[in-house]
Design a protein around this ligand. Structure first.
Ligand code: ADP
Length: 267
């Protein structure tokens, strides 16, 4: 599996219709689940190393239509890591306090410190997605935000934070099935939100807003990946593989023994 196949090449103009939502890169589920176990072990070691090394942090941004699996990916990634080294932030409708500041204020406060992994369940991109589709601010305000987001993410990269962004790509039919499941299965009733139907009715407008966010904000240093997400096991496999590659690329090192400890033998 070549993870570059899922990258939004910086400067390109992708159309989501050209990306399959049920792609499995030729994998079978059973073999993928076995591979996932191996990746989980690798990620666990790499995260310990990230923490011990302390020079870098990792920020994982998750976006996607309702039911695309953002919560599932959070669970999956946290399961691979030591929970002490991971911090998940879910961004909801901004509070009055948050609205009284610039749109990046609440985001910046949640950026992981070096050594940590931060996972954003929704993110600064809501400010060019729901905000754009629902006309929550004038167009001239949200239009400027793509550049502001790129500058902000560049600043994070300059400060040792690796930023990786996953768009969980599901089909309209798959969303229909997942929403219907929430109405049919008593253990899922709690997930059903009538507002999701209003959002679903604007599928095309959201798709256009996502395409702009992906095209304008996939940068070399903070790239977007389009993750086929109809099959949960493939979604998790691909994300795990990309995270492994990102952490490996940091060339993390175990810190040496402190100078004052050299030569000590415990009696
Ligand atoms: P979930 O993420 O599980 O769907 P909620 O049902 O509470 O959680 O949904 C969060 C809601 O907050 C979404 O409808 C999302 O669009 C909205 N939201 C997040 N950020 C913003 C924002 N900056 N402006 C307006 N709405 C936002």
């Amino acid at each position: 599996m070549k993870t570059e196949d899922y990258l939004v090449v910086p400067g390109s103009a992708i159309s989501l219709a050209d990306f399959k939502t049920d792609d499995t890169a030729g994998h079978k589920k059973s073999e993928a689940l076995a591979r996932l176990e191996e990746l989980r072990a690798d990620l666990n070691t790499l995260q310990q190393l990230l923490y011990a090394d302390g020079r870098y942090g990792l920020l994982v941004i998750l976006q996607g239509m309702d039911t695309s699996g953002k919560d599932g990916v959070c669970r999956h990634v946290v399961n691979a890591f030591n929970p002490q080294g991971v911090q998940i932030t879910s961004f909801k409708v901004p509070t009055s306090e948050e609205l009284a500041h610039d749109f990046l204020w609440r985001i910046h406060k949640a950026i992981p410190r070096r050594g940590m992994v931060g996972i954003f369940n929704r993110s600064q991109y809501e400010d060019v997605l729901v905000v754009r589709v629902e006309n929550l601010v004038p167009e001239k305000v949200w239009r400027k935000r793509y550049g502001l987001i790129n500058d902000f993410e560049g600043c994070l990269c300059d400060n040792g934070i690796t930023v990786v962004k996953f768009f969980l790509h599901i089909s309209n039919d798959e969303q229909k099935t997942r929403l219907q499941d929430r109405l049919d299965d008593p253990t899922e009733y709690w997930k059903f939100n009538l507002a999701d139907l209003k959002t679903r009715a604007k599928w095309d407008a959201y798709t256009a807003a996502y395409e702009d966010a992906l095209n304008k904000c996939s940068t070399k240093r903070a790239p977007w990946y389009i993750i086929p997400a109809d099959k949960k096991w493939f979604r998790d496999l691909l994300i795990s593989q990309i995270l492994k590659e990102k952490l490996t690329a940091l060339n993390l090192e175990w810190p040496p023994l402190a100078e004052e400890a050299v030569g000590i033998t415990i009696e």
